[in-house]
Design a protein around this ligand. Structure first.
Ligand SMILES: [Zn+2]
Ligand SMILES: [Zn+2]
Length: 126
């Protein structure tokens, strides 16, 4: 297999995620980048972007993994709340910090996934 660095593919994925105001699933990312990437490439690049802190992931109540671009604002924190709309299935990053939990002694948290499920502003019935 050729050892390419998947630059056009990586650029396409970063572009899709940075221009999206919501978190996208692997399938949604693939759909938008299929001219330049295949399934495996998308997985590999997403993994690389996750390790380099360019994107982060969140899991919806249905267990769908979604990826979101890290907006480097005042302070960079992946531990923010995600909102999953049950009507349009959209997952958004909310700039709300996850509450601190007082864990029993000897528990160490490495990762937190805090997803609220409900109805987003666009789907509210007036
Ligand atoms: Zn919605
Ligand atoms: Zn997020």
């Amino acid at each position: 297999m050729k050892k390419t660095r998947n630059t056009p593919a990586k650029a396409a994925i970063v572009k899709v995620l940075s221009e999206s105001h919501q978190a996208l699933s692997h399938a949604e990312i693939l759909e938008k980048t299929q001219q330049v990437c295949d399934r495996v490439t998308v997985y590999r690049i997403l993994d690389r972007l996750l390790t380099s802190d360019i994107i982060h992931k969140t899991v919806t109540a249905e267990g769908v993994v979604k990826y979101a671009f890290c907006r480097h604002e005042a302070h960079h924190d992946h531990n923010h709340v995600h909102f999953n709309c049950t009507r349009c299935q959209k997952t958004e990053c909310l700039s709300l910090p996850i509450p601190e939990f007082k864990l029993p002694h000897a528990y160490t948290v490495h990762d937190m996934n805090f997803t609220l499920t409900g109805v987003c502003p666009e789907c509210q019935v007036v």
